[in-house]
Write a protein that binds this ligand. Sequence first.
Ligand code: KG4
Length: 338
Amino acid sequence: MSITILGIESSCDDTSAAVIRDGILLSNVIASQKVHEEYGGVVPELASRAHQQNIVPVVDTALKRAGIDKHQLSAIAFTRGPGLLGSLLVGTSFAKGLSLGLNVPIVDVNHLHGHVLSHYIKRTEEDIVPEFPYICLLISGGNSQIILVKSPSDMEVLGQTIDDAAGEAFDKCAKVMGLPYPGGPHIDRLAAEGDCLKFRFARPRIPGFDYSFSGLKTSFLYTLRDNIKTDPDFIEHNKADLAASLQHTIIAILLDKLSKAVEHTGVKTVAIGGGVSANSGVRAAVADYCMKQNLKAFIPERSFTTDNAAMVAMAGYFKYLDNKFCDYDDAPYARVTV
Ligand code: KG4
């Protein structure tokens, strides 16, 4: 009998619902919230209210696009954490209510596991997925981790950021350049036209597989501050070169630790995930590194790099196969690592 999972994602500022049947994606609907743009960051209260408005039409659309009736669902998977508590509560409460109404089990999903397991989402039976074990470089606005993935339920964090996440480094530096939030995609676009060796920024010296981006951030800020003294339009005159040099440094920091983790573990497969894995430079650098080292690279579709319910449904599908369900009194959580 087919297993059909409805996934619900509401951890931050995207309301998303998706349907997966026997591992094949049938629909993935994402409603992004524009309301935060004018504030330069996500406003938690506004995010919760927008989720409340979006969740019913988003789930309804996902079911319709999948061509299934809600009574055909085997289970409902939802993001339980980490994320904004008010936002998580909307998805969690909706999933619990729907599961009670339909009399199907609920499966709680760790959002980070969703990103890691997004490589298993298939559009057709022929799609190729990673073999275990593999290393996943999880880089988003809230997390930067190197994870050894031994199975869908067995993941070991080998290294992580000790301060800012990679996405924060992009966004905070973009902010001091006067770029809109989130700045990552703007840096990516500008970097394509800049000289990545024009400016040099600090790189951390941290032992092991951990990262740090705070030194880079400070060094970026000081470069602007010092140069603005002699050229008040320094940022405007050097926008593309600043973006390219910043992106180049972030990639070098990420690749340095990723390559050390690969050597240490001897794995032959590398995947990337999370919002920053949409970055053109990161994608090209990881693909190039893997090609030179004779490793298999899994670079996600751009639609699976941002927050989406397809990955939640996929992670939920694995847990369903393992009979790992959650209780109605299991509450959402704001923080956790893998
Ligand atoms: O995984 P994600 O959608 O959500 C959270 O972690 O909340 O990641 C969002 C992050 C932001 O910091 C955003 O600037 C970054 O991903 N991002 C990018 C690009 N697209 C999104 N960073 C660099 N280049 C991009 N093309």
